[in-house]
Ligand binder design. Structure first.
Ligand code: C2E
Ligand code: CA
Ligand code: CA
Ligand code: CA
Length: 276
């Protein structure tokens, strides 16, 4: 190297090229993953905090890449959003999850995650209506999970889409509550059926005097005043469950009750009714 500055540049450049190249490869692979049947849905049970009965499942997307193995949605969902594939993937998720849920007892719900990008299209309520029609799933059995990110621009269009969805009779859940740096003003307008308390508040929470316990207590109080249910996400231990229960949270989800599982296992569990 002729100079330190140049040397540094040369040192970093290949890595950056490599990262960009890897991303490009992943991008072209994702474009065909749907057609090749490499995407599938895992289902994680959601249980009643006191009875521990299974009340529903959340559909979580998985990608079995032929060479890389399992690629995390944390990696490929943002990619799908950037390259304009999320609407197509989102509709596939909705259709697959609704079709699967028709095999479960009528009172067991299925929750589907929606990307904020899916709200940009006017077609969302129409797509949901069409999928319910095609699959024959009762709208009451479908729950749509939305994050605060949907409300960042606070535009009327989003509220029109939400009104359209509510009119269909599906349930709405606010996902990752409290992590989105958003104001609470959307709660003035959107009648969510439940809020999901993010795992970051739940993990390691067993001391009722802790800051996380105080935050969970406040979220549960707010939800109950607004007639919304609460789900605690990421419950891994009996200690966490005990605290969550004592704070009045009605539903729980987490490895303690089941990791996301293949559809056949979820169907079996749905028929049995209890995770214990
Ligand atoms: P999320 O919606 O907040 O989903 C919860 C995540 O926490 C899931 O990760 C789940 O496997 C994980 N989890 C559940 N219980 C526990 C626990 O007890 N301990 C720990 N450590 N983790 C737990 P996953 O499946 O990797 O999904 C990550 C994120 O990817 C989701 O976060 C969601 O934002 C997104 N995602 C997944 N599927 C879809 C989809 O079909 N559409 C869209 N738009 N996003 C999706
Ligand atoms: Ca979710
Ligand atoms: Ca979540
Ligand atoms: Ca989360």
């Amino acid at each position: 190297a002729k100079s330190a500055g140049k040397g540094c540049f040369r040192f970093f450049a290949p890595d950056m090229h490599e990262a960009a190249r890897q991303r490009q490869l992943l991008e072209s692979d994702l474009r065909v993953a749907l057609e090749k049947g490499e995407l599938w849905l895992a289902y994680q049970p959601c249980v009643d905090a006191s009875s521990e009965d299974v009340i529903g499942f959340e559909a979580l997307i998985r990608w079995n890449h032929p060479e890389r193995g399992s690629v995390s949605p944390v990696e490929f969902i943002p990619l799908a959003e950037e390259i304009g594939l999320i609407n197509e993937i989102g509709e596939w998720v909705l259709r697959t999850a609704c079709a699967e849920a028709t095999k479960w007892p009528k009172h067991i719900t299925v929750a589907v995650n929606l990307s904020p990008i899916q709200f940009k299209s006017h077609a969302l309520p129409t797509i949901v209506r069409m999928v319910l029609n095609d699959t024959g799933l009762d709208p009451k059995q479908l729950e749509l999970e939305i994050t605060e990110g949907v409300f960042l621009n606070n535009d009327d269009h989003v509220h029109d889409m939400i009104d359209g969805l509510k009119a269909i009779g599906v349930k709405l859940a606010l996902d990752d509550f409290g992590t989105g740096y958003s104001s609470l003003s959307y709660l003035q307008r959107v009648p969510f059926d439940k809020i999901k308390i993010d795992r970051s508040f739940v993990s390691g929470a067993h001391d009722p005097e802790s800051r996380n316990a105080a935050l969970i207590r406040a979220m549960v109080g707010l939800a109950s005043d607004l007639k919304m249910q609460t789900t605690a996400e990421g419950v891994e231990t009996r200690e966490e469950l005990a605290l969550i229960r004592s704070l009045g949270c009605s539903l729980v989800q987490g490895y303690l009750f089941g990791k996301p599982m293949p559809p056949e296992e979820a169907q079996e569990l749905a028929a049995k009714g209890s995770a214990a």
